[in-house]
Design a protein around this ligand. Structure first.
Ligand code: ZN
Length: 247
């Protein structure tokens, strides 16, 4: 009996682990190319990383991060849900004017909206309409919320001329806002030449206090810069366009 329960538990763990790997892991390429890092060249690799920020704009945190990056002359990539852009359109346009790149992070960031291909399609159309209205450009970079890609999503995204983008989470528990030093320590430890690092300037599309992330970004940048890293946007890192076309 005990053995059967343990066996069942192990099976559930294996199945859920397998599902996570296929559908949500930042690293899995099973469903097609989903870059979390620039493909490694052999030989000398340049010390460059792409900082990315998901789930904003979320004020005042997005503007605080932008002020720090601008002061340091660093360009980053912001993956924004259309619903957040509608809340703070002037923040999105200001980021783009400062040379940061705006990527699409779908529209609502509600889990149930990413479980069928039909609703994912609708989410992308909705966010495109928001970017067209407020940004005057359509992002060419797309990061699925929770990195969740059900079968067919990556193919659909590529058919829309969108480049799917993964990345490595700065800290597994960033959502709970641990101390900035802890977040930064993990982020720096993960950084390699060509890394795409994921921070969150918002929480889903619901806002929330991200002040620990703001401080963690400063610590991370200072440490990486101190060890010779420079920073670029995801489109530059991967050698792909940032936007599809002007509207
Ligand atoms: Zn997100």
């Amino acid at each position: 009996m005990i053995r059967a329960v343990l066996g069942g538990t192990a099976l559930i763990a294996a199945v859920s682990g397998g599902c996570y790997w296929i559908f949500m892991s930042p690293y899995s390429q099973i469903q097609g190319e989903f870059p979390y890092r620039k493909a490694g060249d052999t030989g000398e690799e340049e010390k460059v990383v792409a900082l990315t920020f998901d789930d904003g704009p979320n004020e005042p945190y997005t503007s605080q991060i932008a002020a720090f990056l601008d002061e340091r002359g660093i360009k980053a990539t912001f993956f924004q849900p259309g619903a957040c852009v509608e809340r703070y359109p002037e923040v999105t346009t200001s980021l783009a004017r400062s040379g940061h790149v705006i990527g699409s992070h779908a529209y609502s960031h509600q889990f149930g909206r990413y479980l069928t291909l039909r609703s994912v399609r609708h989410e992308i159309e909705q966010s495109d309409a928001v970017f067209a209205r407020h940004l005057g450009m359509l992002p060419a970079l797309y990061r699925p919320p929770w990195l969740l890609r059900i079968p067919g999503v990556l193919e659909h995204v590529r058919n829309c001329s969108l480049q799917p983008v993964s990345g490595e989470f700065c800290h597994a528990l960033e959502v709970f806002q641990p101390r900035p030093a802890r977040i930064a320590r993990r982020a720096v430890a993960k950084a390699r030449p060509g890394s795409i690092i994921i921070f969150h300037d918002g929480f889903d599309a619901r806002g929330g206090d991200r002040s620990q992330t703001v401080e963690a970004v400063k610590l991370t940048v200072n440490r990486l810069a101190g060890s010779g890293y420079r920073f670029t946007t995801v489109d530059n890192l991967l050698g792909v366009p940032a936007y599809r076309r002007s509207t």
